[in-house]
Design a binder for this molecule. Structure first.
Ligand code: SF4
Ligand code: SF4
Length: 367
């Protein structure tokens, strides 16, 4: 029998949950709801469940946990919501209360324990610079690689390093640990997330870095939007697309139809829409066309919020739906290794011919 739990975090958002008018506008945009079809799998259902948890009217049973963890935290419902309910804050607060009461999903627990022990979600023993064969030094520009590009999508890390080198930048890799995004998304304690943040701030400042460049949308969003809520950030934070937007790039021509997928972390969460498009516009002869849902209305890839590790089938179906929207293009570009990975899963699922590439890898190949 499932327990009724204490909801210390949700109590701070009581007004937020009560602001939901049950209008159902969020049903038209939620990628999880599109695939589950149940009201508990859309923002308004999640508001009702969270309120019920907080009031101890609903126990933390399997169906409640599933509903709250099948949200990709894409934030599209917040854009659509006439009452501007902070859905993602409520969902993540509910998750913190669930985890505090011992209800963490086993897939998430393994990842968090790896981060706490090894500094990365994969349990890799080498540091990020070491695994990429780099020696950190003092420099004004630092490249924060992020765990996925450092240990799995190494082509993205290598492309970014190559671009910075070709542009003559005096840069260094930083002595980074996981940015804390996964911990925060799945509801791990604020204290441990803040400690993770402080480790990165201390390491980066010790290297004298004044500007940090990110190729991962998730890490960038953390430093730009989340870190300032917990720690002082004494340096400039740039996504690689913002950095490249300011540069004169002598790129080779590309006669292909190209479209762009906005990562939720970079777009709706951090407001960066123009920079990656400006970078693509620097490529001679490119034929760029937007997908029907783009920029603020972009569709989620299905990989975020811990959904990919806990509910891989749902995550893959959301990704396949997104890839099908790009069927007119030769290349689907995005700017986040996590989106690249999940869209590739979706591409296999829907048997699409579209090539999926990270922006930095495309730019590097033409520079
Ligand atoms: S954040 Fe995204 S997945 Fe979560 S309820 Fe809102 S639209 Fe659905
Ligand atoms: S759109 Fe906003 S107010 Fe309407 S049901 Fe969804 S969360 Fe509630």
């Amino acid at each position: 029998m499932a327990d009724y739990i204490e909801c210390k975090n949700l109590k701070d958002l009581k007004t937020e949950m009560m602001t939901c008018t049950m209008c159902g506008f969020c049903k038209s945009v939620c990628p999880a709801f599109e695939n589950t079809g149940w009201d508990r799998g859309v923002a308004r259902g999640r508001m009702v469940l969270s309120y019920g948890l907080m009031q101890k009217e609903i126990p933390a049973d399997k169906s409640v946990i599933e509903a709250l963890y099948q949200c990709t935290t894409c934030k599209d419902c917040e854009r659509r919501c006439p009452s501007k309910v902070r859905v993602v804050d409520v969902v993540e607060s509910a998750r913190r209360d669930l985890v505090a009461a011992g209800n963490i999903l086993p897939q998430h627990e393994k990842v968090v324990k790896n981060i706490l022990q090894f500094g990365n979600p994969f349990g890799e023993e080498k540091s990020v610079p070491e695994t990429l064969g780099q020696v950190p030094k003092k420099a004004k520009v630092g490249y924060f690689v992020g765990c996925t590009s450092a240990y799995r999508n190494t082509s993205t890390a290598k492309a970014t390093i190559s671009i910075l080198t070709k542009l003559g930048e005096d840069f260094t890799l930083v002595n980074e640990v996981c940015c804390g995004s996964v911990m925060q998304r799945v509801g791990w304690s604020d204290a441990d997330v803040a400690a993770q943040m402080q480790k990165n701030i201390d390491a980066i400042t010790a290297q004298g870095v004044e500007t940090v460049v990110f190729s991962c949308a998730g890490c960038y969003r953390m430093f730009k939007e989340e870190y300032p809520k917990y720690v002082e950030v004494p340096f400039k934070v740039l996504h690689i697309s913002e950095y490249l937007d300011t540069k004169d790039l002598p790129l080779a021509a590309l006669k292909k139809k190209v479209t762009y997928h906005d990562p939720c972390h970079l777009g709706r969460h951090a407001g960066v829409y123009k920079a990656p498009r400006n970078v693509l516009a620097k490529i001679p002869e490119i034929e760029f066309k937007e997908m029907a849902r783009n920029s603020a209305t972009s569709r989620c890839c299905g990989g975020g919020g811990g959904v990919r590790s806990a509910y891989p089938d749902l995550s893959a179906q959301i990704a396949a739906d997104r890839v099908e929207e790009a069927s007119f293009a030769d290349i689907l570009v995005t700017s986040c290794p996590f989106c690249v990975n999940n869209l590739k899963v979706g591409k296999d699922q829907c048997k699409s011919d579209v090539e999926i590439v990270d922006l930095v890898e495309l730019v590097e190949s033409l520079l």
